[in-house]
Design a protein around this ligand. Structure first.
Ligand code: HEC
Ligand code: HEC
Ligand code: HEC
Ligand code: HEC
Ligand code: HEC
Ligand code: HEC
Length: 383
């Protein structure tokens, strides 16, 4: 309609001009007109090679972050070196770029996910880097992309999903969370004829189980008499506000040359220990632990890691003897040669072993819970 009206007006102007005499010389050029309004955003391309979600902060002062000579606020160059030495920076799992995996394994898909967009295959992937956890070109600072509480799906029949809510650690749990498994084990299926059949070697809730272990959820609890306690304190105090960040990202300054410093441990390396050149005993990051355990000298506080490790060894040998796993912790199930758990609830033994193993903290994340689970699993495995 509008277009039609304009055409009519122009035609009218021409017809009026038609009766006038010859045109005089052109006048001086007028002032430049006002800029037009931005058009609508174009449609996103099929491959999210360049993702532009958050807007570009127009008054960014580039040198605040990009010139080590001027950057006395963020020390970006130093953080880059630390990150390069982290498993985020130097691991290889960012090769998992397909749509089902990339949201936790690549920066690009993680951005899509956090922006509420569908996750695609990522054809030019990068590992979880600065622009996964921060958006400095949009915010001008290093605030965190997300601190929203994270749902932790339960993979056990009858158990509700949990919520992880430990402040800054919610960022970590947005990737370090479990995935569901199928078929799900059921603690009430203890009858002699109940069975559960596993046909593939990845029957575990994936690797990001630290969020579950830290908060004391996710393990299979047998209906038989066993105690399942939790170290609730490991979700309190500084861990309540900072979560994983409290222990893994503590800042470390150089102590003596050759000793651990910031680029090797803590900070953006997120590493908890480091073996210095010429040393055999790892330096461990204990400063945060000491705020609660004043006398602690190693992660193996009160021998709880030694106990956990010994029990894990025992459980492993039981599972190897049953033919459920091999010596490299690989699950020995294929569709041609499945594992049949009978009664079905016994599948919980294998589920627990994989979860405790993939947590990677040797019991530290939740000493009470993890030690109780491994003990209960041994009792069941011996039946
Ligand atoms: C708040 C900090 C900050 C500010 C301000 C900032 N950047 Fe960055 N920029 C980063 C970080 C962090 C990276 C990634 C690490 C690196 O390459 O140093 C980065 C990377 C880049 C890259 C490389 C991108 C890539 O994919 O490798 C370019 C280009 C860039 N910035 C341009 C700019 C320009 C231009 C400005 C000013 C308009 C600017 N930045 C302002 C933090 C900042
Ligand atoms: C974007 C997803 C993502 C976020 C966010 C994330 N991680 Fe990770 N993290 C990973 C992936 C994927 C790996 C494995 C990388 C590899 O092996 O290539 C990993 C590895 C690690 C490792 C090393 C594990 C090992 O066995 O060496 C630690 C420690 C770790 N993350 C801690 C953290 C902490 C602490 C946070 C929060 C500050 C965090 N992560 C946030 C995805 C993420
Ligand atoms: C919900 C987030 C998430 C999703 C989705 C996800 N992963 Fe991961 N994955 C992780 C995290 C976190 C780690 C690292 C944990 C650690 O090292 O302790 C990891 C680790 C890995 C590793 C390295 C394991 C090792 O031996 O250290 C491989 C391989 C892997 N994932 C493959 C996949 C594949 C394949 C898919 C898709 C089918 C996938 N992941 C989907 C979060 C995820
Ligand atoms: C896996 C997530 C993750 C990645 C990847 C990551 N960061 Fe961070 N970063 C954090 C967290 C969490 C904090 C907050 C630490 C704290 O509060 O103690 C932080 C803090 C910072 C800070 C300090 C903020 C301030 O206000 O002083 C800077 C600077 C920073 N990051 C830069 C970087 C740069 C540069 C990169 C890429 C090389 C990077 N980060 C990659 C999670 C990450
Ligand atoms: C109470 C402090 C503490 C908190 C909180 C904590 N961790 Fe850890 N974590 C540790 C310690 C200590 C180890 C190493 C134990 C060892 O090597 O014997 C560890 C080990 C790990 C490992 C195994 C690989 C490695 O670098 O040793 C991963 C991955 C990990 N933690 C991720 C996380 C994530 C993700 C969170 C939050 C959900 C978290 N941690 C919370 C203390 C903590
Ligand atoms: C916010 C305070 C806090 C922080 C930080 C903290 N812990 Fe704890 N931790 C506790 C409390 C409280 C207990 C329960 C004490 C008890 O069971 O008597 C506990 C229990 C433990 C236990 C079991 C002790 C036992 O005898 O049963 C171990 C092992 C442990 N913590 C190791 C660590 C390590 C290693 C770190 C640092 C990487 C750490 N903790 C950080 C508060 C904390």
């Amino acid at each position: 309609m509008k277009k039609l009206a304009t055409i009519v007006l122009i035609a009218l102007a021409f017809s009026l001009n038609a009766c006038k005499g010859p045109e005089g010389p052109a006048g001086p050029q007028g002032l430049a007109g006002k800029d037009g309004k931005d058009g609508l955003n174009g449609k996103d391309g099929a491959n999210a090679g360049f993702v532009y979600f958050d807007g570009f902060k127009t008054d960014l002062k580039c040198a605040t972050c990009h010139t080590p000579d001027i950057d006395t606020t963020f020390f970006v160059a130093g953080k880059v070196k630390q990150w390069e030495n982290s498993t985020h920076g130097n691991g290889t799992a960012w090769s998992e770029y397909s749509s089902g995996c990339a949201e936790c394994h690549t920066t690009e898909a993680y951005q899509l996910k956090q922006a509420g967009k569908p996750v695609t295959n990522i054809l030019n992937p990068t590992p979880p880097g600065c622009f996964a956890c921060h958006k400095p070109h949009s915010t001008g600072d290093f605030s965190l992309r997300t601190t929203t509480p994270v749902a932790l799906p339960a993979s056990i029949v009858g158990v509700a999903d949990a919520t992880f809510d430990l402040g800054k650690g919610n960022l970590c749990a947005s990737c370090h969370r479990p995935r569901t498994i199928s078929p799900m084990p059921d603690p009430t299926k203890t009858g002699a004829t109940d069975s559960l059949v596993v046909t593939n070697n990845r029957w575990y809730t994936h690797y990001g189980v630290q969020s579950q272990m830290l908060t004391g959820v996710g393990a299979f609890q047998f209906t038989t008499a066993a105690t399942y306690t939790k170290t609730a304190a490991h979700s309190s105090g500084v861990i309540k506000t900072d979560g994983c960040v409290a222990c893994h990202m503590e800042n470390v300054s150089p102590i003596t040359p050759g000793q651990a410093y910031g680029a090797q441990i803590g900070g953006h390396t997120m590493k908890m220990e480091f073996v210095a050149h010429g040393s055999t005993t790892p330096a461990q990051l204990l400063t945060t632990c000491k705020t609660c355990h004043t006398s602690i000298t190693k992660f193996d506080y009160n021998g709880k890691q030694t106990a956990f490790q010994a029990n894990m060894d025992t459980l492993k040998s039981l599972l190897v003897a049953k033919g459920w796993i091999d010596n490299d912790n690989g699950i020995l199930a294929t569709s041609a040669k499945p594992i049949v758990f009978k009664p079905a609830a016994r599948a919980g033994i294998l589920m627990n072993y994989m979860t405790l193993l993939h947590d990677g903290s040797n019991g530290v994340h939740n000493p009470a819970y993890m030690n109780d689970i491994v003990r209960a699993s041994i009792v069941e495995a011996r039946k």
